[in-house]
Design a protein around this ligand. Sequence first.
Ligand SMILES: Cc1cc2nc3c(=O)[nH]c(=O)nc-3n(C[C@H](O)[C@H](O)[C@H](O)COP(=O)(O)OP(=O)(O)OC[C@H]3O[C@@H](n4cnc5c(N)ncnc54)[C@H](O)[C@@H]3O)c2cc1C
Length: 454
Amino acid sequence: MINMSKEATRMPMQDPVVRKQNFDEAALGYTEDMAIREAMRCLRCRKHPCQTDGCPVHNNIPEFIAKVSEGEFDEAYRILRETTSLPAVCGRVCPQYLQCEGKCVRAKTGRPVAIGALERFVADYHRENAGNDIEKENTDNGKKVAVIGSGPAGIACAGDLLDLDYRVTVFEKEKVLGGVLAYGIPEFRLPKDILEKEIEGLYAKGVKAETEKALGRDFSVDDLLDSLGFDAVFIANGAGRAVRLGIPGQEADGVVSASDFLEKINLEKKLPEAKNIAIVGGGNVAMDACRCAARIPGAEKVMIIYRRSEKEMPADPKELKEAADEGVEVMYLTAPVAVEIKDNRAAGLKCVKMQLSDPDESGRRKPVAIPDSEFTVEADLIIEAIGSGSDNDSVKGVDSDLKGYFTADPETGMTSRPGVFAGGDTVTGPKTVISAMGAGKRAAKAIDRYLLSV
Ligand SMILES: Cc1cc2nc3c(=O)[nH]c(=O)nc-3n(C[C@H](O)[C@H](O)[C@H](O)COP(=O)(O)OP(=O)(O)OC[C@H]3O[C@@H](n4cnc5c(N)ncnc54)[C@H](O)[C@@H]3O)c2cc1C
């Protein structure tokens, strides 16, 4: 029987006042009854655009939801795992409002089916009740593949190659595996034990991991293919170079990139001391940074400084609301022009008011400064969250585009160099977890085809 409620089943959350004081997961997940009730809202429509147009990896959404509505949670998990390696992660962090839920037919007359919440429920149910599953022992086909970087693209590619019996070594620049999932996205959105389970799964399949080993610094692609004896390489080193504000005073103490700020919190569990915190930017990185800033004991004011209006803001509206509930304020149509410094430390951010003119190359209306509208906000911590770019300068012998991203076939990840594949943000520029994971899975298939043919 279909549940015709126009409202989606609400996921319980920690109270904003309580959650501001901890880093525990803010959203608490569905119970079995809630999941079944929500799954029964799915109309099982014939065209299922959620799957065909909405999901970048074409998860079989109608089928897995049908199984949830029947209480067949293990079967639902099996269906999801046919196309996704990271359902517990994607259920939590995918921008479903732009993807599957954005295409849900129910959204025409009410709220879409909460597909992300259901994916998360199924993955959590499986993890809590069935543990990690190693579907198949690696029997070693004698060929070696190097995977550079252990974010979603690297994890997905390594996992699928291990299933195909390759010997896989992951080389990771940082101390821990996981990429942005480990050091970017905070615990209150993605608890680290979920990621650790995924990584444990890779170890159980026989992956070899070399941490604190960076391509371009400690070894080259030539080393991998020649002296180290790898048969193929998959480069998935992300797009982690922070973009600076480019304003006077940005080198002062107290001005940090969002990636450094989030990394310290995620990996070292260290919160800086600050009272007035300004975060410049309007995307999801800015959201994660401001919500972490709101959790700094002693933080009195946390402000987002964004140069366009709310309509153009790229952040997930749900996260913007959660940030507002946690006390974060947003100054729209405002851009920074200089850091004010006192005793060698940031003390304020001089800003200017903006107005929107015609659309620019991004299709959004271009912000233009209003003359004589300067003002200063007090800020002893200024966090730059205005984007990131390619960090591929040190990688020789693989073609890249003008912005430094590797040029690779979108279907296979094959680069200009035989045996070298690339995928994820290092090819597309900053995108999403699921698009990186999809690139990793496609590359694993292509590497297998390539190695069977040479
Ligand atoms: C703070 C933040 C929040 C985000 N939130 C979301 C979200 O909610 N939903 C969503 O879908 N997407 C989100 N994203 C984007 C998403 O995380 C990325 O698109 C995704 O992680 C890209 O995956 P990847 O595997 O290509 O790269 P990454 O996850 O960046 O992983 C690259 C890995 O390569 C390693 N590496 C880099 N250089 C080298 C080298 N030279 N040698 C060896 N290893 C190297 C890095 O240390 C890293 O581990 C967010 C990004 C950030 C920064």
